[in-house]
Design a binder for this molecule. Structure first.
Ligand code: FES
Length: 109
């Protein structure tokens, strides 16, 4: 049986269920919401960058150009490749989060 968890987007207070085997972005879209920016839905464009504030998760294959291993360890993730393993509270990436990604790429990390 597939577990289902509650995802809360802190910025807008929206909450929705997400099965453990479905990406957070896809679960959000299936319910007709657009709270997280949508792009390729495939881990490649970086548009759906979010920060996990609390909760357990795993990630699928995603471009290291948009989330380095270090940033991933700090909770940044691409929502289309984010799979919950508990209820999650997330927030949209800030300009600071995105700038940090660009700076890390510029340093060749
Ligand atoms: S939508 Fe492109 S990386 Fe998630």
């Amino acid at each position: 049986m597939v577990a289902r968890y509650i995802i809360e987007i802190e910025d807008c207070g929206r909450r929705f269920p997400c099965p453990e085997d479905e990406g957070v972005l896809q679960a959000m879209e299936r319910q007709g919401w657009q709270a997280i920016p949508v792009g390729c839905r495939n881990g490649g464009c970086g548009r759906c960058l979010i920060r996990v504030i609390c909760g357990a998760f795993r990630t699928g294959l995603m471009s290291r150009r948009h989330v380095s291993e270090g940033q991933g360890a700090q909770g940044l993730a691409l929502a289309c490749r984010l799979y919950p393993q508990s209820d999650l509270t997330v927030r949209l990436a800030t300009p600071h989060d995105r700038a940090a990604t660009e700076n890390e790429n510029a340093r060749g990390a």
